[in-house]
Write a protein that binds this ligand. Structure first.
Ligand code: SAM
Ligand code: ZN
Length: 312
């Protein structure tokens, strides 16, 4: 892996000091911790207990999933690309960090437009598959990092655009990741996250179909106990997942250091699948409702710009 990129973009996940690369090892200049590289992937994590549950889910999902790229390109890429690029006002921006990049289809597309792609994920299986694909396509402008976004191993103020597409809701405290998003963004940098919206549609669909948890006091605690403790995560297809309201998302962003007037929350416009709704006529009706009524929007996009100099 490229020494210059490691030293420019990575930081220690324990103390956030800068790192240096020596003979394949990544060494923290603050606490002296050493990290390895495996097959060109920087292994920058000490995995914490609370993440093991979700990490196991993601590993087995990525081991079993195949052929996702075709579906992503056909159904999702152009909507996502359009909405992210609408948020990027300064067209000179060129360093992209994807939180929970998984198979990194979006990051790969941005490398073709001249961006450097830094992908961080907790699943080594996803990163290995992504790495193989990038190499097989001759793409070189990337840095792949095994890391926990609760302790994001990225240097301060070095990124122009940070995105998580369906990612921060997988943390018990999404504000942890948002604090790091603000820390790593350059001034005027853009944060773009898509998140399941706390509304009637998601309570009826996501909670029932895959154990997603509405972030409502008491309901959250009860459903977490049922799903995590009693059912041992069997029903949580995507690991721990929250649904978040507009005011919660706004509060989390301002607590992370963004100015309230620099945060925008809007409908995330994309193809709506609702595979589990049956029969066909009911699915068509549910799709129209999800596209047109905010009580049923599946996801919102949260766009925030870093303005002030100080991080909290
Ligand atoms: C819904 S998937 C999104 C994948 C990819 N962004 C996409 O759009 O296809 C969520 C991703 O977040 C990753 N993830 C979950 N918790 C994480 C954590 N604490 N730190 C880093 N990545 C995490 C998962 O491994 C998974 O790849
Ligand atoms: Zn350190």
């Amino acid at each position: 892996m490229k020494k210059a990129a490691i030293e420019r973009y990575l930081a220690c996940p324990s103390c956030y000091s800068t790192v240096r690369e020596e003979g394949g090892m990544i060494i923290c200049s603050g606490c002296g911790k050493c990290f390895h590289c495996e097959d060109d992937i920087a292994l920058m994590t000490d995995v914490h207990d609370e993440d093991l549950f979700s990490r196991g889910k993601w590993e087995s999902n990525y081991e079993s999933w195949s052929n996702l790229e075709e579906e992503y390109i056909r159904d999702f890429h152009s909507d996502l690309h359009r909405q992210v690029m609408e948020a990027v006002v300064d067209k000179g921006m060129k360093v992209f960090l994807e939180l929970g990049c998984g198979l990194g289809f979006f990051g790969e597309a941005l490398t073709r437009e001249g961006w450097v792609f830094i992908g961080v994920d907790i699943s080594i299986t996803a990163l290995r598959k992504l790495k193989q694909r990038l190499v097989s396509r001759g793409i070189t402008d990337y840095l792949l990092v095994l890391g926990d976004i609760n302790h994001l191993p990225i240097a301060g103020e070095c990124v122009d655009l940070v995105s998580g597409f369906g990612v921060v809701e997988h943390l018990r405290q999404p504000e942890n990741a948002l604090f790091h998003v603000h820390r790593v963004l350059r001034l005027k940098g853009v944060s773009f996250n898509t998140v399941p919206y706390l509304n009637l549609g998601n309570i009826l669909y996501r909670s029932v179909m895959w154990g997603s948890i509405p972030n409502v006091p008491v309901l959250r605690q009860v459903l977490t106990f049922v799903n995590v403790v009693l059912l041992k995560g069997k029903h949580m297809v995507f690991g721990f997942e929250l649904q978040l309201s507009e005011s919660q998302l706004r509060r989390m962003h301002t607590a992370a250091g963004f100015q309230p007037e620099d945060v925008r929350i809007e409908q995330y416009k994309c193809k709506i699948q609702l595979h589990h709704v049956w029969p066909e006529w009911l699915r068509g009706f549910a799709r129209r409702l999800s596209a047109n009524n905010r009580m049923f929007w599946p996801m919102v996009k949260v766009i925030a710009y870093r303005r002030n100099k100080e991080t909290k």
